[in-house]
Ligand binder design. Structure first.
Ligand code: AMP
Length: 114
Protein backbone atom coordinates (compact mmCIF):
# COMPACT_ATOMS: atom_id res chain seq x y z
CA UNK A 1 0.00 0.00 0.00
CA UNK A 2 1.39 3.40 -0.92
CA UNK A 3 1.06 6.37 1.36
CA UNK A 4 1.10 9.52 -0.69
CA UNK A 5 -0.81 12.63 0.36
CA UNK A 6 -3.40 11.75 -2.26
CA UNK A 7 -3.67 8.15 -0.97
CA UNK A 8 -4.55 9.66 2.41
CA UNK A 9 -7.20 11.89 0.83
CA UNK A 10 -8.62 8.92 -1.10
CA UNK A 11 -8.74 6.89 2.14
CA UNK A 12 -10.46 9.85 3.88
CA UNK A 13 -7.58 10.17 6.36
CA UNK A 14 -7.07 13.80 5.30
CA UNK A 15 -10.05 16.03 4.52
CA UNK A 16 -10.61 17.24 0.98
CA UNK A 17 -13.50 18.54 -1.05
CA UNK A 18 -14.15 15.44 -3.15
CA UNK A 19 -16.31 16.32 -6.15
CA UNK A 20 -16.29 13.03 -8.06
CA UNK A 21 -15.27 9.41 -7.64
CA UNK A 22 -15.68 6.10 -9.40
CA UNK A 23 -13.96 2.72 -9.27
CA UNK A 24 -10.68 4.07 -10.64
CA UNK A 25 -10.59 7.83 -10.20
CA UNK A 26 -11.10 10.32 -7.34
CA UNK A 27 -11.37 14.07 -7.96
CA UNK A 28 -11.12 16.84 -5.38
CA UNK A 29 -10.60 20.59 -5.30
CA UNK A 30 -7.01 21.81 -5.23
CA UNK A 31 -6.20 23.40 -1.87
CA UNK A 32 -4.43 26.30 -3.66
CA UNK A 33 -6.70 26.96 -6.65
CA UNK A 34 -5.13 28.66 -9.67
CA UNK A 35 -8.49 29.26 -11.36
CA UNK A 36 -12.16 29.54 -10.28
CA UNK A 37 -12.38 25.78 -10.91
CA UNK A 38 -9.24 23.79 -10.05
CA UNK A 39 -9.88 20.09 -9.53
CA UNK A 40 -7.32 17.28 -9.34
CA UNK A 41 -8.19 13.95 -10.97
CA UNK A 42 -6.25 11.19 -9.26
CA UNK A 43 -6.10 7.44 -9.90
CA UNK A 44 -6.93 5.34 -6.84
CA UNK A 45 -3.89 3.22 -7.69
CA UNK A 46 -0.84 5.33 -6.98
CA UNK A 47 1.77 5.76 -9.73
CA UNK A 48 4.55 8.18 -8.76
CA UNK A 49 5.20 10.04 -12.02
CA UNK A 50 4.35 9.96 -15.70
CA UNK A 51 7.75 8.31 -16.18
CA UNK A 52 6.50 5.27 -14.27
CA UNK A 53 3.50 4.61 -16.50
CA UNK A 54 3.39 1.24 -18.24
CA UNK A 55 1.50 0.47 -21.46
CA UNK A 56 -1.18 -1.22 -19.35
CA UNK A 57 -1.83 2.11 -17.62
CA UNK A 58 -3.07 3.72 -20.85
CA UNK A 59 -6.71 3.05 -20.02
CA UNK A 60 -6.30 4.48 -16.53
CA UNK A 61 -4.75 7.70 -17.88
CA UNK A 62 -7.58 7.91 -20.41
CA UNK A 63 -10.06 7.61 -17.57
CA UNK A 64 -8.51 10.65 -15.84
CA UNK A 65 -8.98 12.70 -19.01
CA UNK A 66 -12.52 11.44 -19.62
CA UNK A 67 -13.52 12.08 -16.01
CA UNK A 68 -12.20 15.65 -16.24
CA UNK A 69 -14.00 16.31 -19.53
CA UNK A 70 -17.25 14.89 -18.15
CA UNK A 71 -16.90 17.06 -15.04
CA UNK A 72 -16.43 20.19 -17.18
CA UNK A 73 -19.57 19.30 -19.14
CA UNK A 74 -21.60 18.68 -15.97
CA UNK A 75 -20.41 21.95 -14.45
CA UNK A 76 -21.23 23.89 -17.62
CA UNK A 77 -17.83 25.19 -18.72
CA UNK A 78 -16.89 22.59 -21.33
CA UNK A 79 -17.91 24.79 -24.26
CA UNK A 80 -16.19 27.92 -22.95
CA UNK A 81 -13.12 25.76 -22.35
CA UNK A 82 -10.60 24.66 -19.81
CA UNK A 83 -7.03 23.49 -19.40
CA UNK A 84 -5.63 20.16 -18.24
CA UNK A 85 -2.08 19.75 -16.97
CA UNK A 86 -0.04 16.80 -15.74
CA UNK A 87 3.26 17.83 -14.19
CA UNK A 88 6.28 15.51 -14.08
CA UNK A 89 9.21 15.77 -11.68
CA UNK A 90 11.15 18.86 -10.63
CA UNK A 91 11.27 20.85 -13.83
CA UNK A 92 7.60 20.12 -14.47
CA UNK A 93 6.68 21.48 -11.06
CA UNK A 94 5.45 18.18 -9.63
CA UNK A 95 5.14 18.32 -5.85
CA UNK A 96 2.93 15.31 -5.10
CA UNK A 97 4.35 12.06 -6.40
CA UNK A 98 1.06 10.38 -7.22
CA UNK A 99 0.11 10.96 -10.86
CA UNK A 100 -2.73 13.46 -11.22
CA UNK A 101 -4.38 15.65 -13.80
CA UNK A 102 -5.17 19.28 -13.03
CA UNK A 103 -8.42 20.63 -14.48
CA UNK A 104 -8.52 24.44 -14.56
CA UNK A 105 -11.45 26.45 -15.81
CA UNK A 106 -14.30 28.75 -15.02
CA UNK A 107 -12.58 31.84 -16.48
CA UNK A 108 -10.31 32.71 -19.41
CA UNK A 109 -6.84 31.37 -18.65
CA UNK A 110 -4.49 33.94 -20.08
CA UNK A 111 -1.33 32.67 -18.45
CA UNK A 112 1.01 30.65 -20.61
CA UNK A 113 1.35 26.90 -20.08
CA UNK A 114 3.03 25.84 -16.89
P1 AMP B 1 1.67 19.14 -8.62
O1 AMP B 1 2.46 20.37 -8.30
O2 AMP B 1 1.36 18.98 -10.08
O3 AMP B 1 2.27 17.90 -8.01
O4 AMP B 1 0.25 19.36 -7.96
C1 AMP B 1 -0.02 19.08 -6.63
C2 AMP B 1 -1.20 19.92 -6.25
O5 AMP B 1 -1.74 19.39 -5.05
C3 AMP B 1 -0.90 21.38 -6.00
O6 AMP B 1 -1.61 22.19 -6.92
C4 AMP B 1 -1.33 21.61 -4.56
O7 AMP B 1 -1.95 22.85 -4.37
C5 AMP B 1 -2.30 20.46 -4.34
N1 AMP B 1 -2.46 20.05 -2.96
C6 AMP B 1 -1.49 19.89 -2.02
N2 AMP B 1 -2.02 19.48 -0.87
C7 AMP B 1 -3.36 19.36 -1.08
C8 AMP B 1 -4.46 18.99 -0.26
N3 AMP B 1 -4.30 18.62 1.03
N4 AMP B 1 -5.70 18.99 -0.80
C9 AMP B 1 -5.87 19.37 -2.09
N5 AMP B 1 -4.88 19.73 -2.92
C10 AMP B 1 -3.63 19.74 -2.41
Amino acid sequence: MTNTLFDKIIRREIPADIVYEDADVVAFRDIHPQAPVHVLFVPRRSIATLNDLKPDDAVLVGKLVLAAAAYAKREGFAESGYRTIMNCNRDGGQTVFHVHLHLLGGAPLHVPLG
